[in-house]
Design a protein around this ligand. Structure first.
Ligand code: UD1
Ligand code: UDP
Length: 373
């Protein structure tokens, strides 16, 4: 029996770790699966846990309003020490690039517990973009023993850094597993505001939260969205606003009350996936959306300087366009007014997997633990 602790703390980690937890729990003669959440996010994490019926064995409940990186790091690290010492797992699973990812991997290293990094190998090659995620994931990869990479490109990134081939498993991204689970689930809108979305309007789905975009870039983004809403009455902007006060305060102050802009609370995953399916395009700085939207055939405008997910850009469904107001306005306008430009980007491509990543991760853990003993 292999004891696995899965540690995560934010919404995107939860969405992408859920399929792995389901997979490990379905093989309960081979794995004892312990779920530990730092709750770096509270409400946005709970939304995911509830939908996918995940029960936590440990909930560190560390979130504080407007928390600093220092608070997440120290609170998370100290609490994990107790849990790892008590549970003595065979392997710790971490996901992605958040501060929870960093501390969960670091604490495992301090306890000499092997680390499996899900979604390993992504690189923007720019220390401060995204911040602090680029360095979080690099540190997690230095500490990791087993690497579950979404694409051949992420495998190549790791090999260039000297990671041994035998420890790298190209699994696909578990977000596709989660997306398929969501598309299959019975659906009824939870957020009643979604029921009033005007039929026939072109929906632009927007999410923004990155630290690099706080302040002036976010204000630029709001100006561009406001201009689009005024110029195109047949467009409906749907913008579930991240709960971070740095984001929420700016967005509600600048876009609140505008006629064809729906600002709402973060949507639960099923609502969100259904809006994404209905949408005409996606405008975002999110990592996860750059993976989900292409597989639904939705063009994605990425409001960042660089991306660690170049696969969708290469495939033609995503464009990295920065945060200049005029540029955002121009790029959205282009997709609204030129059918040929739109069609070029709207082809469904799926560089991120076939929905069986979790199955491969479970197999790799078994193999790793067998060879080790
Ligand atoms: C975090 C991650 C980021 C990830 C993002 C996903 C770090 C440093 N950042 O950024 O990599 O892309 O999550 O969304 O790990 N808040 C709530 N309720 C919630 C969630 C957040 O009120 O459910 C508010 C709190 O005031 C909290 C603040 O948002 O202090 C910031 O949360 P934090 O996790 O520090 O940063 P994010 O910007 O969410
Ligand atoms: N998402 C959601 N509800 C929302 C906005 C996003 O469920 O209102 C999902 C989205 O489908 C994706 C994930 O949250 O799977 C992305 O999370 P986020 O943008 O917070 O983080 P990132 O991916 O940038 O780390």
């Amino acid at each position: 029996m292999i004891k696995v602790i899965a540690v995560f703390g934010t919404r995107p980690e939860a969405i992408k770790m859920v399929p792995v937890i389901h997979q490990l729990k379905s093989q309960n003669s081979k794995f004892k699966t312990v779920v530990c959440v730092t709750a770096q996010h509270r409400q946005m994490l709970d939304q995911v846990l509830k939908i996918f019926s995940i029960k936590c064995d440990y909930d560190l409940n560390i979130m504080q309003n407007a928390q600093s990186l220092y608070q997440i790091t120290t609170n998370g690290l100290l609490r994990l020490e107790e849990i790892y010492k008590k549970e003595k797992p065979d392997i710790v699973l971490v996901h992605g690039d958040t501060t929870t990812t960093l501390v969960a991997a670091l604490a495992a290293f301090y306890e000499k517990i092997p680390v499996g990094h899900v979604e390993a190998g992504l690189r923007s090659f720019d220390k401060y973009n995204p911040f602090p995620e680029e360095i979080n994931r690099r540190i997690a990869d230095v500490l990791a023993d087993l690497y579950f990479v979404p694409t051949p490109l992420s495998a190549r990134n790791l090999k260039k850094e000297g990671v041994a081939d035998k420890n790298i498993y190209i699994t696909g991204n578990t977000v596709i597993d989660a997306l398929l689970m969501a598309l299959k689930a019975p659906y009824e809108a939870q957020n009643k505001q979604l029921e009033s979305l005007a039929i026939g309007k072109k929906i632009i789905l927007v999410t923004i939260h990155r630290r690099e975009n706080w302040g002036a870039p976010l204000k630029n983004i709001c100006s561009a969205l406001s201009r689009i809403a005024s110029r195109y009455p047949d467009v409906q902007i749907v913008y579930p606003v991240h709960l971070n006060p740095q984001v929420k305060n700016t967005v509600y102050a600048r876009l609140g009350g505008k006629k064809n802009i729906l600002l709402c609370e973060p949507l639960d995953y099923l609502d969100f996936v259904h809006v994404m399916q209905q949408s005409y395009m996606v405008v975002t700085d999110s990592g996860g959306l750059q993976e989900e939207a292409p597989s639904l055939g939705k063009p994605v405008l990425v409001l960042r300087k660089v991306t660690e997910r170049p696969e969708a850009v290469k495939a033609g469904t995503a464009r990295v366009i920065g945060t200049d107001t005029n540029n955002i306005y121009r790029e959205i306008t282009r997709l609204l007014s030129s059918q040929s430009a739109y069609q070029k980007m709207a082809n469904a491509v799926n560089p991120y997997g076939d929905g069986r990543a979790s199955e491969r991760i479970a197999k790799a853990i078994l193999r790793y633990c067998k060879n080790k003993n």
